[in-house]
Design a protein around this ligand. Structure first.
Ligand code: DGL
Length: 286
């Protein structure tokens, strides 16, 4: 893995090199859980990851703020880095802005992320699914519509217990282990009983990319019988499909710069604010 650059000043960035990279962004480090799956699925691609750490967290800020950040980041990644596609590795940002971004950037392949409730319905035996998400995602029309559709389509009754987890993404961003554990304990106990008995939640959807980075303490609270659904691999496959359909998939042979050095699989990290959390998390998770 090559971590080519971390910058807290987003105005003085490297000139793009051919072939163009795939942009990935989140409010902070959470999207690394998606980036990991992307790099496994697409080893020949160059990636540029932007953590909007100067404006994190997004989850309790409201749609207008998040929408504005998404527009600013998309413009920056297009103009300064010439990205060929953009993965919004953030459920909150997808719910708030993907529709508007698609309208404003019809020529840019855009991949969003939403809580993996659809695969969870296929997996659950007890028909009771827990969803942990930010308030922005949990309250969004996009997510509420998704739940209603699934309930309407389902032949057997299905129940969703949705928990808005205020403060949890911020605690994960700052790697405050005591706070992470305390919040996880509060939120999982407020949700009800996890397990594989009748009425238990046997499937848990992580509706915020940050939460995947707290999987160990979460697992110890909900137990091993619970299936935790991670949508990173599905997002990565969707990105591959979209790149292939627009004839933009990188091939190994196309990945050489003027000096004959390979660019395959390189990664550039950017942060709009503090970059330490990103550097540490990338070293740990990638
Ligand atoms: N990681 C993001 C998500 O998936 C946002 C967390 C936050 O900034 O509140 O929703």
């Amino acid at each position: 893995m090559a971590l080519t650059q971390v910058k807290s000043d987003s105005n003085s960035l490297m000139r793009p090199q051919p072939p163009a990279p795939v942009g990935v962004f989140d409010s902070g480090i959470g999207g690394l859980s998606i980036l990991r799956a992307l790099r496994a699925e697409l080893p020949n691609e160059r990636f540029i990851y932007l953590s909007d750490s100067a404006h994190a967290p997004y989850g309790e800020r409201g749609d207008a703020f998040v929408n504005d950040r998404c527009f600013a980041i998309t413009q920056q990644l297009r103009e300064q880095h010439g990205i060929k596609a953009l993965v919004i590795a953030c459920n909150t940002a997808t719910a708030a802005a993907i529709h508007n971004l698609r309208t404003a950037h019809p020529d840019l392949p855009l991949i969003g992320i939403e809580p993996a409730v659809k695969p969870a319905v296929a997996l659950s035996q007890t028909r009771h699914i827990g969803v942990m998400a930010t308030r922005g995602t949990a309250d969004s029309t996009k997510f509420q519509t998704l739940l209603s559709h699934l309930q309407a389509q389902s032949q057997e009754p299905i129940r969703f217990t949705v928990q808005a987890c205020d403060g949890l993404a911020a605690a994960i961003e700052s790697q405050n282990a005591t706070k992470i554990r305390a919040l996880l304990a509060d939120y999982t106990s407020a949700m009800g009983r996890f397990g594989n008995q009748k009425n238990d939640m046997d499937t848990l959807v992580l509706g915020c990319t940050h939460y995947a980075l707290a999987i160990a303490p979460l697992r110890s609270l909900v137990g091993n019988a619970v299936q935790v659904v991670d949508n990173g691999p599905a997002v990565a496959r969707q990105t591959r499909r979209l790149l292939a359909s627009t004839h933009q998939l990188a091939s190994c042979s196309a990945q050489h710069d003027e000096a004959g050095q390979t660019n395959a699989g390189t990664l550039q990290l950017l942060a709009t604010g503090d970059s330490m959390a990103l550097v540490n998390a990338a070293a740990h998770w990638l």
